[in-house]
Write a protein that binds this ligand. Sequence first.
Ligand SMILES: Cc1ncc(COP(=O)(O)O)c(C=O)c1O
Length: 397
Amino acid sequence: MQSRAQTPPPQALARFQRADFRVPEDVVYLNAASHGPRLARVQQAAQRALDAGTAPWRLEMDAWRASIEDVRRGVAGHLDGDADGVALVPSAAYGLSLAARNLPLAANETVLVLAGQFPSNLLPWQQRCQDVGAHLEQVARPVGDDGRPGDWSDAVLAAIARAPRLRIVSLPQVYWHDGSRLDLDRIAAATHARGAALVLDLSQSLGALPADIVRWRPDFVASVGHKWLLGAYGLAYLWASPAWRERGVALEQHWIAREAATVFDSPPSPPPLASGARRFDAGGVAEPQRLAMSAAAFAQLRDWGLECVHAGLQARGRCLREALRAQGLGDWLATAPGSHFVGLRPPPGRLADAAAALDGAGVIHTARGGVLRLAPHLDVDEAALAAVAALLARAVG
Ligand SMILES: Cc1ncc(COP(=O)(O)O)c(C=O)c1O
């Protein structure tokens, strides 16, 4: 199921109501890249599940299993539509560790990542490379003529072309610090041309951008569920390509990943693995409250329409960049057009003032590594973004 972001009809954008979110009136929540804002529907679903938990004897196994499959279908709707390819895992790092555990890698072969990539998509590769004596290449971000961070994609393509014995490329679609996008159409083609495996961490893009799985042909895709997918913390996803659904090895031995028919009958040897990517399902994460929250979030995103959500988030990224430029802060922008969230690099010594002004005005953001990250979701409107830009300009003016 593919979806390309298009400009939605105006009435579709107008359907996003602040009341659909549980964000207090005195807060401007610009931290969706850390944790998505809480949807009212998700809060209600969580409360219902909590209440239902007071009578565990009424929770039926069949209904619980059906709710797991419902979430699997919800994730698949953001990928290639095939729920068979989706496993439920506790974190992106768990999914990426599964990828690192399974993909072949030998001494002196190369794994390629971005320098400064999120640790969940770095540590599994560092460890695996160390274990087998492989080389981890961390592509440095180019610096533009104006001294500002440049585009990742060309640097990644050049590294893919020259890396000796390239075996695995493991990348995000969007750089977590500042929202910069990588051109996965070109990068996936170049990776396949070298015969290397492709692993994607879509934690900062799934729910906000289309994921063209059919075109990219990754081996594994991991994503958290609590950022742009607006679901529960502790319920993340791993998509595995058809080949890995047949032969992949799990990280643990949990009954949830085995065929249900005989698993409780103490069979003499392990019963068959569950079908599709279910063989990678982790124990303990399919907890009713988390499932209910994530299912409610998928339902809300579907009701809004994924294309409308993608376009609405793009519009907010664009609007924020324009507002910052209009306030004379364009030089701070560390993000190229097309990002749904924004990184700002204030001149040295100004970041603390800018962050303090945001804190004082109830603008929730992240300040890390010299970058202010402003990540609005659909609860934030144009007027609020313009006010944030004006506030920053006053704070450093
Ligand atoms: C790119 C990226 N990957 C993964 C994560 C989270 O990974 P995990 O679920 O392993 O904590 C984050 C942020 O928390 C992120 O920005």
